[in-house]
Design a protein around this ligand. Structure first.
Ligand code: S3P
Length: 165
């Protein structure tokens, strides 16, 4: 097991969990939005979407994903839209990657993202719900493991992931 990749919708806990998992496994932690910002000249994801549009963002996201999976012993928290490009799906499926889908109800996601600003695709809740419905089957299809996060603490989820790995 070289890399653990967490996938799931915005607000499913990929970043919080990823940090804890990385600590537990003594792996490095990479958060894809942060990696995207490092590769670009922008200060926020909102700024990229506003000034350059989503397609531009997706290309940098692809580059940053490729850079991240070139490393070993890493936990990678992907962006919720990583599954949008087929070429990212191919990268996710590469040997050495364990892909874990953090499955969370939309109602729970709404609560968690209440007041969070830097999510351009969560500004319109109806559109976000449509995205959620369209993406869920893809997350399920790609994942090696599916973890239900609803009603669980971060520690419980980390222990569950440790058990399955
Ligand atoms: C996106 C998810 C975000 C970020 C960008 C687009 C998406 O990452 O990459 O706002 O399309 O779902 P998180 O899943 O970490 O919030």
């Amino acid at each position: 097991m070289k890399r653990i990749l967490l996938i799931g919708f915005m607000g499913s806990g990929k970043t919080s969990l990823g940090k804890l998992l990385a600590e537990k496994f003594k792996y490095d932690f990479l958060e894809q939005d942060q990696e995207v910002l490092k590769l670009s000249e922008f200060k926020s994801i909102n700024e990229i979407f506003e000034q350059k549009g989503e397609d531009f963002f997706r290309e940098i996201e692809h580059q940053s994903l490729k850079n991240s999976v070139a490393r070993d012993k890493v936990v990678i928290s992907t962006g919720g839209g990583v599954i949008k490009l087929e070429k990212n799906v191919e990268v996710l499926k590469q040997t050495g990657n364990i892909v874990i889908y953090l499955k969370t109800e939309f109602s729970e996601i709404e609560k968690r993202l209440n007041g969070v600003e830097d999510r351009p695709l969560f500004k319109d809740k109806n559109k976000a719900l449509e995205l959620f419905k369209a993406r869920e089957p893809i997350y399920l299809e790609i994942a090696d493991f599916v973890i239900n996060t609803d009603g669980k603490t971060l520690d419980e989820i980390v222990n569950e992931i440790e058990d399955i790995l």
